[in-house]
Design a protein around this ligand. Sequence first.
Ligand code: ZN
Length: 199
Amino acid sequence: MIDIFACLNRDQRPPRNWAHRVWPRAVAPHYPQTRRSLTYHEAGHAIFHYLQNLRMTGVYVDADSKSGKVSMDVPAIQATAAKLANVVIPRPLEEKITLDLATMYVAGVIAQCTLYGIRVDGVLSRDCHDWRNARKLLIDIFGNDHALFYCQELARFVLRKYWPFVTQLAIELDSKGAISAERVKEICAGAPPDPMCIS
Ligand SMILES: [Zn+2]
C-alpha cells in the first residue's frame, strides 16, 4: 500500500493540518455530463483504488453512459474487516486511513473538475453517494466533516501527479465500457511512486 500523502512533494500537497480547519463552501462546479466526463470520474476513483491497494474487481460505465462504478471484492473486504474487528488500530493510522478513503470517494468529481480545468476553491456540498460516503467516514472518526476540503485538495494533487494514467484509464474505459482490476494494475504499473513511499 502506498502512502498517498508521502508520495507528494512538500510543495505539491495540502498541509496535513488543513484536515482540521473549517473552510468556506465552494460554488458548485459545472461540467459536461457526458460519457467522457463519466469515464474520468471512474478513472479518478480507480487510480486511488490502485494506489491504496483496495480490493477492486473492475471499473465500468453503463451502456447508456449515465452511470458507472468501481466494483469491489465484497467477500474479501468483509474477511479483512472481520480479521480487524478485534484489532486496536492506533489513532493516527485510523485517521490516515479515513482521510485516504474519503479522498478516494471525492476523487471522481475532482477528476472531472481537473479534466475541465475547474479549480474548486472551497468545500463542495453534494447530494450523492460519493459525498455521503466521504462525510460519513469523516464524521465517524473526527466527529465532523471539516476534512472534506483537505481530501478534495489531496485528490487534486494526486490526480495531477498521475494524470497520464488517469487519462489512459478513462480512454480505455470509454472504448471498452469495462476494465478488469488486472488491466487497471497493468495501466497504473507505469505510475510507480518514489520507493520510499511504499509502505
Ligand atoms: Zn463516484
